[in-house]
Design a protein around this ligand. Structure first.
Ligand code: OXD
Ligand code: MN
Length: 594
């Protein structure tokens, strides 16, 4: 066991206590050096935890498979453990802290036997920024250490910043025996602690990400007067060098990473825009002394979905994945390279699929269904610095000022391509009723709708009714509120085909949004909000006929009345914790539609 390289008494005591519980055969304090990284990789290659890819073709790249039953976040095993049930609210699983600790302690007891316990000090956000938070993750997985190394700032500089008295989030993880019946992802907001056991999947085990930077941080944000949101952040640079920043919330698998890394479409190239990526998943936002809302991305890497990544959907991602990337659950070729469905490359003639089984393109199972080579939720982990469009402000301690907030989801029929809310309060209502349909395939039906307020349903660490109140309060405190918009890239025609081409063409909508923020253009007032005058959308180079554009912008009052009916039970479940302003906005919309 190496000596604890810190004088922080609380940290030393906590590590010792957890080691007594988990019984590792040694404790390794992670410093963050290159030599340490190489030694860990070497060890993981030896045990098979990681596979080294062809270092000529994919320098610095590695491959990992999770257990078959462990390929995504397990929301039903994720708990918010607060003393009072109402503090977790109706949308979270809740457990009493004492009961959660008791149950989990039995699972953690001896869970690291014959393994090392790695101690990873990490900072979410630039080390030393007033935005940043320090956590320490204890884990028995080298995969976790190497991923955390990419996704956060780790090691000695963080310990130095923590000092002797500094506060940190306690993050305990053990993969134990990866048994799904013994898997729990527990959050203790009142203790600033996270316990995760029985999983090796990123969203459950890279505890800086969803667990700290969203669930615990949202709770801290409410207490301390700032916001932790499931949002990408991007900057749009105009030819004169002026950059405006936008934050956007979409539920998982709606293309946040692609939007964050957008390259202007051919038709808009003449305007000389450049898009800068600040973040693709999480935004921490505070009101600065100028009264505006400023945001940082607390992560330093991207943990993105691989399938469908290609030079049309995300050319910047294709570039950044060429080196120093950890690939999880994609296809492994006999040449030690990787492939996935929707890749630019033709599939290998034969390979190993994400489960490690022999795989050929066109394979079907006994029911005749295609067998995918890569898991649909297979992932890349890559340093943000490798993204060709990465913003020079990523590491700026004060972040970037936000001009517009965008909400979005997959709606086959309801929401138009874009609309602007009438006010901050109306925008909060729009966010609180956000929804996504699982598929856009069934024309004529509403599809299966999942309400996902601000895309935070799985990530809000406290009662969502109180969370809406916090949004309303933050708006009141701002001297310069960002305008709030809603977009829907997924409206379909009567054959179920998408009306809007999406991807880089989405810049046309962002351009309209910024013009609205700067009061440069007028708009059409509808019951749900302001929509563009068709002539204000620059469609140069895009082959979209006027009737299709009008359909994309159409607000169908009858469909919206049904939408309101479906929102109501969702909102009512929050009972007394739902701010009255949200219901007022709901009723006001009903009147405008009448
Ligand atoms: C998610 C993710 O599930 O970012 O939202 O991984
Ligand atoms: Mn996400």
């Amino acid at each position: 066991m190496n000596e604890a390289p810190t004088k922080n008494k609380e940290l030393k005591k906590w590590v010792a206590d957890m080691a007594r519980l988990c019984k590792p055969d040694r404790i390794v304090w992670i410093t963050g050096t290159e030599e340490e990284k190489r030694a860990l990789e070497h060890e993981a290659f030896k045990t098979g935890e990681l596979i080294e890819l062809d270092q000529k073709k994919l320098p610095g790249c590695m491959y990992h498979r999770t257990a078959e039953n462990d390929v995504a976040r397990t929301e039903h095993l994720t708990y918010i453990c607060t003393s009072k049930k109402e503090d977790a609210g109706p949308t979270n699983n809740w457990m009493k802290p004492a009961e959660a600790y008791k149950t989990a302690k039995k699972l953690f007891d001896g869970s690291m036997a014959a393994r090392a316990m790695y101690v990873i000090p990490f900072s979410m956000g630039p080390v030393g920024s007033p935005f940043s938070k320090i956590g320490v993750e204890l884990t028995d997985s080298i995969y976790v250490v190497l991923n955390m190394r990419i996704m956060t700032h780790i090691g000695t500089p963080v310990l130095e910043k923590l000092g002797t008295e500094g506060d940190f989030t306690e993050c305990l993880h053990s993969k134990a025996d990866l048994d799904v019946t013994k898997r729990m992802i527990l959050h203790f907001p009142e203790d600033n602690a996270i316990w995760s056991i029985g999983s090796g999947y990123g969203g459950n085990v890279l505890l800086g990400k969803k667990c700290l930077a969203l669930r615990i941080a949202s709770y801290l944000g409410k207490k301390e007067g700032w916001m932790a949101e499931h949002m990408l952040i991007l900057g749009i640079e105009e030819p004169d060098g002026h950059i405006e920043y936008i934050a956007a919330a979409f539920p998982s698998a709606c293309g946040k990473t692609n939007l964050a890394m957008l390259i202007p479409p051919e038709g808009l190239k003449r305007k000389g825009y450049r898009v800068w990526t600040v973040g693709d998943d999480i935004a921490w936002m505070r009101i600065d002394s100028d009264g505006a809302l400023w945001a940082i991305n607390p992560e330093s890497g991207f943990f993105g979905v691989v399938p469908g990544t290609n030079s049309k959907s995300n050319p910047n991602a294709v570039q950044m994945l060429k080196r120093n990337t950890i690939f999880t659950n994609v296809v492994l070729t006999p040449e030690d390279t990787v492939w996935w469905e929707g890749s630019d490359d033709p599939p290998p003639k034969e390979a190993l699929d994400w489960r490690g089984r022999p795989w050929r393109p066109g394979m079907v199972d006994d029911k005749g269904k295609p067998v995918l080579g890569a898991h649909p939720n297979s992932r890349f982990t890559v340093p943000a610095s490798q993204c060709p469009s990465i913003s020079f402000r990523l590491e700026h301690h004060h972040g970037v000022p936000i001009s517009a907030i965008i909400f979005g989801g997959r709606r086959a029929h309801v929401a138009p391509l874009v609309y602007e809310s009438f006010s901050w309060q109306h925008g909060v209502y729009v966010g609180s009723t956000m929804a996504s349909e699982r598929t856009a395939a069934q024309y004529g039906e509403l599809g299966e709708v999942r309400r996902d307020p601000m895309a935070m349903l799985p990530f809000c660490g406290y009662n969502m009714g109180d969370y809406f109140r916090h949004w309303l309060d933050m708006g009141k405190r701002m001297a310069k509120q960002p305008k709030i918009f809603n977009v829907n890239w997924f409206r379909v025609d009567e054959n179920g085909g998408f009306l809007w081409p999406g991807y880089s063409e989405n810049l046309r909508i962002l351009e309209w949004i910024l013009a609205r923020c700067n009061n440069r253009i007028d708009a059409i007032r509808t019951p749900i909000g302001f929509i563009p005058r068709p002539e204000d959308l620059d469609m140069t180079g895009l082959n979209l006929d006027r009737p299709s554009l009008e359909r994309l912008l159409y607000v169908d009052k009858e469909v919206w009345k049904k939408e309101l009916d479906s929102q109501k039970p969702f909102l009512e479940q929050f009972g007394a914790s739902l701010p009255k302003e949200i219901m007022e906005e709901h009723e006001a919309l009903r009147h405008r539609l009448a």
